[in-house]
Design a binder for this molecule. Structure first.
Ligand code: NAD
Length: 473
């Protein structure tokens, strides 16, 4: 691991205007030891005091919300999604604080053996490591951290080196809550720091690419610690003949283009019944063309810059590959440089097929390739023809026929007559299918249980010999 400083690029200007310094290995180990020691008291404090500490942190963050917003805008180049991220983060703290006490209740149960009682309890993993990506820097570095802390764990978070500016305002707020500061640390650094972290923690939550997720899961397996890995996607949308086209085009446009398509759950491929194909494309293109780039000012439009420079190259490559293989571009269609940043307007393509990267690999841009199908089975087969299985969307006049299709799609969350709902609604439990991830659901109330090991006290309640013991004589 290196402790050399890392320069950070600003996605709007292309300038490297920020620096992070990864901790040397010895310091990282010391930090983890300190967190592990402090966790003992954090657990003993009880859930109500942990809730109070998290609420104090939330208030401290809200009182400097402007600074956090500014940092997120510098990290990501976009404003409205940054506001949404802060709102979701606050809502997540409130939601978990409300439901955690009931979820963490210990229970006593009768058993099938009348004289043996069972007391069921759960013990938090001492130290949870969280490694997060750049597309929603605040949300994805805290989505697992909040329930882990409430469960009684300490946490060490390694956000992406591409978007690290938001951490400073979080730490400033954290410094006003000494009890929480003792059990929660953010570390700066890139892949080497993330990888080193796995050595020192008792459980790892990773959000990022399949390639890195595999390395993290392998390292965790070597250390015999649980890994929850939430990886990439190539979400399909299926639009049946009966669908409301106005609604379907608006929902799919949002699901594909929000945050410039830089979401794991972005709609990245669209299958439309051939009888409504032309009308669908016409409407989608019209709506896509209305969206404006948030340039020259951050307030001036809907579509922010491409955050990671490496992603701009991937989007260009996928577009080029598609066009070379016969795809037709109806709007947008290229990555352009404006003021030092990389931008891409909402792009609709037709004449696409599964020989193209744009239909099979994660593009992570505001790109909407649309393909016609004649039979519903064909659409389902195409939707399932992917290494990914994160989420999907189905549009139909009746909820029943949409759900019938959804049941046959290999993915963990399916929006019905809407798109990307898991971005906003965290109540539904879901697993990532195929290469999109591994481990228990991070959504839904049971998510907090991932951070605890179950422990059973099996209590003999009488003073006579058990019938299965060896006879005394
Ligand atoms: P990435 O895999 O490049 O990096 C993610 C994090 O892992 C970063 O913090 C990085 O520094 C760290 N890292 C890199 N190499 C590492 C290693 N060897 N060991 C440990 N940590 C290492 O991903 P990215 O480009 O930052 O994020 C985009 C990807 O994340 C996309 O594939 C996207 O679909 C996925 N994603 C998934 C979800 C989900 O919930 N399923 C949510 C958001 C993003």
């Amino acid at each position: 691991m290196t402790n050399k400083s890392i320069e950070v690029r600003n996605p709007r200007t292309g300038k490297f205007d920020y620096v992070i310094i990864p901790p040397p290995p010895k310091l990282l180990a010391q930090q983890c030891n300190r967190l592990r020691r402090a966790q003992v008291h954090w657990q003993q404090m009880g859930i109500e005091k942990r809730i109070a500490a998290l609420q104090q942190w939330k208030q401290a963050i809200l009182s400097t919300r402007d600074r956090l917003t500014e940092a997120l805008v510098n990290d990501t180049g976009r404003l409205s999604t940054s506001e949404l991220e802060i709102d979701s983060f606050v809502a997540s703290i409130d939601r978990w604080c409300k439901i955690a006490p009931d979820l963490l209740q210990e229970s006593a149960k009768n058993t099938t053996i009348p004289f043996i009682a069972l007391q069921q309890t759960a013990v938090p993993y001492p130290l949870v490591g969280v490694i997060s990506p750049w597309n929603f820097p605040l949300l994805l570095s805290t989505i697992d951290t909040i329930p882990a802390l409430l469960a009684g764990c300490a946490a060490i978070v390694k956000p992406s080196e591409i978007t690290p500016r938001f951490v400073a305002p979080l730490i400033n707020a954290l410094n006003t809550v000494p009890k929480l500061r003792e059990v929660l640390t953010f570390v700066e650094g890139a892949g080497a720091t993330g990888y080193a972290l796995i050595e020192y923690v008792d459980l790892v939550c990773f959000t990022g690419s399949v390639a890195t997720g595999r390395k993290v899961a392998e390292a965790a397996a070597r250390n015999f610690i649980p890994a929850f890995v939430e990886l990439g996607g190539k979400d399909p949308a299926i639009v049946l003949e009966s669908a409301n086209l106005e609604l379907a085009t608006s929902a799919i446009l949002w699901g594909a283009v929000v945050n410039t398509g830089q979401s794991c759950l972005s709609i990245e491929r669209i299958y439309v019944a051939e009888s409504i194909f032309d009308k669908f494309v016409e409407k989608l293109v019209l709506k896509a063309q209305r969206l404006k780039l948030a340039h020259p000012t951050v307030e001036s439009g809907d579509i922010g810059p491409i955050i990671a420079e490496k992603q701009a190259a991937i989007i260009s490559d996928h577009l080029l590959d598609a066009v070379e293989k016969g795809a037709v571009i109806h709007c947008g269609g290229q990555v352009e440089e404006l003021g030092g940043g990389w931008w891409c307007r909402p792009t609709v393509l037709t004449q696409v097929n599964h020989s193209m990267k744009i239909m099979t690999e994660e593009t992570f841009g505001p790109i909407m390739p649309v393909m016609a199908f004649s039979q519903v089975e064909e659409a389902i087969n195409l939707a399932n023809d992917s290494i990914y299985g994160l989420s999907a969307a189905v549009f139909a006049e009746s909820e029943e026929s949409a759900i019938e299709v959804a049941q046959q799609i290999d993915a963990g969350a399916i929006s019905i007559n809407d798109a990307g709902l898991t971005a906003l609604m965290h109540e539904g439990e879901k697993n990532a299918f195929k290469f999109s991830g591994l481990g228990g659901s991070r959504m839904g109330s049971a998510a907090i249980k991932r951070f605890m090991r179950k422990k059973a006290f099996l209590i003999k309640t009488n003073s006579t010999n058990d019938p299965w013991w060896f006879a005394d004589e």
